[in-house]
Design a protein around this ligand. Sequence first.
Ligand code: ZN
Length: 478
Amino acid sequence: MSSIYLTDRSSLFDRLYSIAPVWLQNVGISVYGILWRQQRFGGNFPKLVAQFQERERFSFNEWREYQTRQLQALLQHANRTIRYYRELFNSLGLQSRSLEYFTPEDLPNLPLLEKETIRSNPDKFLNQEVDRRRLLIDYTSGTTGTPLPVLRSTLTNRATSAAYEARIRRWAGVNYRMSRAMIGGRIVIPPTRAKPPFWRYNLAERQLYLSAFHISPANTSNYVAALNFFRPKYLVGYASAHYFLARNAEEQGLQLYRPQAILTSSDKLTPEMRQLLQRVYGCQVFDGYSGVENCCLASECEHHRMHLSPDVGIVELVDSDGRPTPPGEMGEIVATGLLNFDQPLIRYRTGDYAILSPEPCPCGRQMPVLEELVGRLEDIVIGQDGREVIRFQGIFLGLPNVREAQIIQKTLKYFQVRLVVNAGFSEDEKRILYQRFVERLGPINLEFQLVDQIERTERGKFRAVVSHVPRAQRTSCT
Ligand SMILES: [Zn+2]
């Protein structure tokens, strides 16, 4: 992560970092960590955390009132200071007077906001009253197209960090002051580097940063030794990376210390992955969801139900025509962010899909519960009848010789399965897999490819399913 006014310094930092010896890299990361820590946890951060915690006691009606007030403030501000929204509201005949009475139920009267609209004219989305050199910038990691710049102030950054602290860390029984180990998208070690160590240490945050790109059976003992040496209080980062590391450690009989919690995000955490992580580390796993855009947040409470945070964003789940989907049915997450007034995102299409639960949570919080976080459309296989969206967790269950697998859907009927397997992998297992595919999808063409490794994305993520069936073909069937 970097900020605009740190841009030059941070690219210089990245260049110096890449040629520095390991000890100096650790010092560099620590200095950078101190600067970044102040950005997030300084100023009114503790007060903001307390406010997020207090709001958890809100009744349904109090939440609605809160969201209405925040939305009205956001829309009036956008009308005053953001060119795109001023033009939009004008074209819809919405006067500033009517924005004062706007409610969350009125949101469907506004158009959905596509990433492309922002990408093609990012300046139109920026607060004209603020010096943009004072804003921090991040980029979304979309699988297609150029990344989207997301700008925000230090205050927004702190509010976002406070939401994360209150709803993700505290719910899991940990906090930002504790030491942690992270496996994430930042390249701390060049992916081509073959020699250990595969981690760096940020002294300022007592953060062990492990590379997502080097996890393999051969490297596992180096990772395990680092974790057992630093003994971070909790683990954070990609679900798949933590899973692969823990599975290798278990297979090799390597003992791991016991952290207090594991906080996963960014890719799909299956029940199988959760069980293995809990078994290997002897602690609970809490899954979470938020994007770089920070216009919504979902996190697991102590009952491991995933709640939306209504004070981070107003979330609508919609079908392909933009109509709301009822609880129990899958819809795209469309979010109106309530924290960032410098680049407001109103009815923003995240491209992620989820299902709302009709059941309240036994924890008593009146915050909406997601039954399931499905993920991105390109991560979902679609059946030949075109209607049934089929998810593939479980298809490789009970096949211990399959180490890693990636399903690639080329067309409605043609699939490739890329497998990294143990020596004992047999024709029988191929047959079982073929059968399971046919059970779920009917007669299809299935091609097996045995490979040495499955490439991670640029940010080190593992993609279990890649569907090339275009959006139009899906939506015309639903
Ligand atoms: Zn709950």
